[in-house]
Design a protein around this ligand. Sequence first.
Ligand code: GDP
Ligand code: IMO
Ligand code: MG
Length: 466
Amino acid sequence: MTLVAEYEDNFSLCKLNLFNKPLANVVVIGAQWGDEGKGKITDLLSKSADVVVRYQGGVNAGHTVVVEGNTFKLHLIPSGILYPGTDCIIGCGTAIDPQVLIQELDQLEALNIPLGNLLISQTAHVTMPYHRSIDRLAEERRGERKIGTTGRGIGPTYADKSERTGIRVQDLMDKEVLREQIYWAINHKNAILDKLYNLPPLDPEEVIAEYSGYADRLRPYVVDTALKIYDAITRRRNILFEGAQGTLLDLDHGTYPYVTSSNPIAGGACVGAGVGPTTIDRVIGVAKAYTTRVGEGPFPTEIKGEVGEMLCDRGAEFGTTTGRQRRCGWFDGVIGRYAVRINGMDCLAITKLDVLDELAEIKVCVAYEIDGQRCEDFPSSSRKFARCQPIYQTLPGWQRSTAECRSVEDLPKQARDYLRFLAEFMQVPIAIISVGPGREQTIIVEDPIHGPKRSLLYADSTPARV
Ligand code: GDP
Ligand code: IMO
Ligand code: MG
């Protein structure tokens, strides 16, 4: 059976009992430029996960979960935290700003969310005050070449990690080591702040006092998380790896240099959690029914004008972390297909379908024109990508509310056709459709965890080599 036929077959199956089956180890990743609704989908899947692990990124992320009208905005703590029985791990590949993490802990505690199941990696890197300053100052200095970072010190934290001068959570836990590390680092950073940016020096004693306080608060949660995850795997517990950012923001595979400084793609889960690739059973992508991007960088399907503003308004497209307005555009099938490939995606969750409800016509980018030539694939050169002109296929809209739809049959025919078009184009089954921010505003098309593995589907079409 071809993948498309398989998909068509599955499309009518919408009432699978997702939550009564054992979970496999799954990675949830963003298939676009972040903010796809990973928080909502992770929360949904966390119901049957034993452990949820954030494996990269830092407080640049903002994951929103809406439960019974209450909105939770999470930056570092995994979106599984809202289920009391689920262990939540901040893995070694993350960049931890303790000040923001503690604010997040305080907010959750104030809402009576139990935090006893939280664990923090002792080898994650720590964002320091000079990282935040240098992030912002470097952006100013870049002028027209600015990246539009979140200003949270992410790039400089990971730069120090690569340069092997970073401070890790375990350093924070040892007063002597912390003192020595901070003196050594600040000596160097003060020279940069002074010579490059003409700023007054940081006082190491003040930073030591501040970070010692954070250490005391975080100490109960700090462990060797890779060991804990391995232990959970050997006890056949189900792990969900929660990606932050998105495929096109990946340091190696995104629209460099307009990317973040970590690896959000599925492969990043192994490094950032400390597990072997054989641990991962399944990769679930999350994409909006259109596209958004926050920050600078090429965005071929961006819509400037009325329709873009309508998407922004209806989708409430303002950043969870910085409040910046997100740029809005049509669904880009070329980058969607790229995300399927680069992540080894098994199935897709499409979110925010409801945002398209009012449109009479909807466009999908099916190829680019670059310098007069048609191009079907995402070009790895950002300069080339910046010259891409989208080639669109136009589909009819449905001009009806989908917010109350709870099954595929409830959806207007044009909405089903739109989704089928996306699935066929990207050659990936759509397993989940989201029609609103609430947990209940979700349609399960097929079991995202136990449905057919996409990689096995294309293996089916070639003769077995035994
Ligand atoms: P994340 O970073 O990928 O977790 O996504 P964000 O939380 O930054 O942004 C997604 C926003 O869309 C959040 O405000 C969600 O509450 C909201 N959202 C998620 N799914 C849907 C949906 O299907 N429809 C609508 N209208 N909003 C949604
Ligand atoms: P979640 O997890 C959307 C973007 C920034 C900027 C670029 C680099 O909520 O999807 P950084 O501060 O990481 O150095 O900024 O990456 N960016 C995001 N965009 N969602 C995010 O996270 C993002 N995290 C970073 O806007 O363009
Ligand atoms: Mg977000």
